[in-house]
Design a protein around this ligand. Structure first.
Ligand SMILES: Nc1ncnc2c1ncn2[C@@H]1O[C@H](COP(=O)(O)OP(=O)(O)OP(=O)(O)O)[C@@H](O)[C@H]1O
Length: 255
């Protein structure tokens, strides 16, 4: 499994907004980390920087020891192939079948158009059905993606990610659009898969109770700075409460 290293990472947007200020942390292979922070604290900027969707102003990100920051799109492709992503809004193609959506996970490895329908190579079809089976949705393979509930759609997205044989998982608020019951089912499934495969994970979450339940280590951003990086067992409750209840520097400045 791949490690993730963030080194001296800062991001100042062209309008002068400083979204990240000298962020440093390492996620070891097989470690599951939760990233918390209030709105505007810099989580999305950090997330996008991890896979080089955002160019940092200074600093770098290393995946499996390889710096992604200075690579071209072509050089990045094999690294991105091993990074599974889960998004808040699932990012499925609504009018295609569940099965086709899962096959899209093979996009990085197979370029032929046949890959993405029922005449895909046998081993890919088999792998897609296996992935759907793992998330408990094999009987939904032929249904249109948008006929499924939100929780089911996120499980399809997880099956699509499994097609990549990911070594690092980045999840951006994977349960934010789901009701509490569906959210827990998705977290249970994601965490079971992560543990059975020993995957490295960084997941942004908003819900502190869920973060405490699932996270082994908590990272937290406040005003673009990393203010918590701690094992959940030694984490002080007050530090977590302050994260959301103490005003941020920006809020104080505007007050
Ligand atoms: N494209 C941009 N241009 C200028 N400023 C930006 C841009 N994107 C984000 N910001 C600013 O950078 C800071 C961090 O934003 P970011 O979206 O990374 O935070 P976040 O923690 O993900 O917030 P949320 O939880 O609301 O999604 C905020 O002050 C935001 O206004």
């Amino acid at each position: 499994m791949r490690s993730l290293q963030v080194k001296n990472l800062s991001k100042v947007y062209p309008n002068g907004n400083q979204a990240l200020n000298n962020i440093n942390f390492t996620v070891n292979p097989g470690e599951a980390v939760i990233l918390l922070g209030h709105n505007g604290s810099g989580k999305s900027t950090l997330f996008r920087s991890m896979i080089n969707f955002e160019t940092p102003t200074t600093g770098e990100v290393l995946i499996g020891g390889q710096s992604t920051t200075s690579l071209s799109r072509r050089q990045l492709r094999p690294i991105r192939q091993k990074v599974g992503m889960v998004f808040q809004n699932f990012n499925l193609v609504h009018n295609l079948s569940v099965f086709q959506n899962v096959l899209f996970g093979a996009l990085g490895t197979s370029k032929t158009i046949q890959t993405f329908n029922w005449i895909a190579p046998k081993e890919l079809r088999f792998k897609a059905m296996e992935a759907l089976d793992r998330v408990g949705l094999s009987e939904f393979a032929k249904r249109r993606a948008d006929e499924l509930s939100g929780g089911q759609q996120q499980r399809v997205a997880i099956a699509r990610m499994l097609m990549q044989d990911p070594e690092l998982v980045l999840a951006d608020e994977p349960i934010a659009s789901l009701d509490p019951k569906a959210g827990r089912e998705v977290m249970d499934l994601l965490w079971d898969i992560v543990h059975e495969r020993g995957l490295t994970v960084v997941s942004i979450l908003h819900q502190m109770d869920i973060a405490k339940e699932y996270g082994e280590r908590i990272l937290a951003l406040k005003d673009g700075e990393l203010v918590i990086d701690q094992d959940i067992h030694t984490l002080n409750e007050r530090a977590l409460n302050d994260l959301y209840h103490q005003p941020t520097t920006k809020q104080r400045a505007g007050a």
